[in-house]
Design a protein around this ligand. Structure first.
Ligand code: SF4
Length: 315
């Protein structure tokens, strides 16, 4: 175990939280505001695959419904007002979250990204996408925006095991992810990787092998959550047929704490939990709020007397 926690770690949280990272970098509280810019997904429309990932909420996934009904400016205003009053945030990152937010022409992407950046309180954008939907033009656009604004590219990997990626109908491989992360590196913007733990047939030990991969790649931050089934998904059907057993809460907390102990302190943690509205959440139904899961994991690190990177496998 390394002797002392890295200075990037929050002293009470025992980890390098993304909120702390943003405050350190920008000097004030920054909130992310989600918007739906009306994108769809190539893993649904047939260009990369059909049917979508087995955990993707198909009920809400139709081209008609993905056309955002509410103008971006209204979505931003509502989100910013919420974070201003709840957290006292002064500046914002607009998060293009829903579906595949680089799936469009460079002209369309430029118009959408730059439209939200026009707001004086918006310091940057976060763009969620698939590793196989990242054109050179999109990368060049993000590079250009990053000259004056904060940019975070969020790449979904979910699992490093191609057999699992195949089973969950992800429609891309580990090599696609490595290729995308490598192409996006060195462009002066952050790269965030999305991971999920608890896939059928995946042990904790197998999941922990993801840490060295993250340490080797130019990954700046991570989002991790448990696999959970929501209504309208193939995963929910598997659960109802007894073919998907969710990870237990205790096992999840233990594995995430192990994961964090191995993870280099340079990688900031954006998320450790996924939640869904109870009315559509099928399993597991832990009923925790985001901060309750966060503190459950922090308490586990505290109980162990450990911290992010205390058994780090990389710099
Ligand atoms: S890549 Fe994302 S949006 Fe597309 S099917 Fe999978 S989970 Fe759904």
């Amino acid at each position: 175990m390394s002797n002392a926690p890295d200075e990037r770690l929050h002293p009470q949280l025992h980890l390098n939280s993304y909120g702390t990272y943003l405050r350190r970098r920008f000097g004030s509280r920054i909130s992310k505001v989600n918007v739906d810019a009306g994108f769809t997904c190539p893993n649904r429309d047939g260009s990369k695959g059909t049917g979508g990932c087995i955990y993707c909420n198909n009920v809400s996934f139709s081209p008609r419904e993905t056309l955002s009904a509410v103008p971006l400016e209204e979505q931003m205003a509502a989100g910013m007002a919420y974070h201003r009053s709840r957290l006292g945030s002064e500046k914002f990152i607009i998060y293009f979250q829903k579906y595949t937010n680089t799936y469009g022409s460079a002209e369309l992407l430029s118009a959408l990204y730059r439209r939200v950046l026009d707001h004086p309180d918006v310091i940057g954008i976060s763009v969620g996408t698939r590793p196989d939907s990242l054109s050179d033009e999109a990368l060049d656009l993000l590079t250009d925006i990053a000259r004056t604004k904060y940019v975070c590219l969020e790449l979904g990997l979910q699992s490093m095991d191609d057999a699992i990626l195949n089973r969950i109908n992800r429609g891309h491989t580990l090599d696609d992810f490595i290729g995308a992360a490598t192409r996006a590196a060195g462009r002066n913007f952050d790269i965030c990787a999305h991971l999920i733990h608890g896939f059928p047939g995946e042990s904790a030990a197998e999941f922990l092998k993801t840490v060295p991969l993250m340490a080797e790649l130019p990954i700046d931050s991570l989002k991790l959550h448990q696999l959970h089934a929501v209504e309208g998904t193939e995963l929910a059907e598997l659960y109802h047929r007894g073919e998907f057993t969710p990870v237990t809460l205790e096992a999840y907390i233990t594995t995430v704490a192990d994961f964090l102990e191995l993870l280099p302190p340079r990688i900031a943690i954006q998320r450790l939990y996924g939640s869904a509205p109870l009315e559509i959440c099928v399993a597991p139904r832990w009923g925790l709020k985001n901060n309750q899961m966060w503190y459950a994991i922090v308490n586990e690190l505290t109980r162990r007397g450990s911290w992010q990177g205390c058994r780090s496998v990389g710099a």
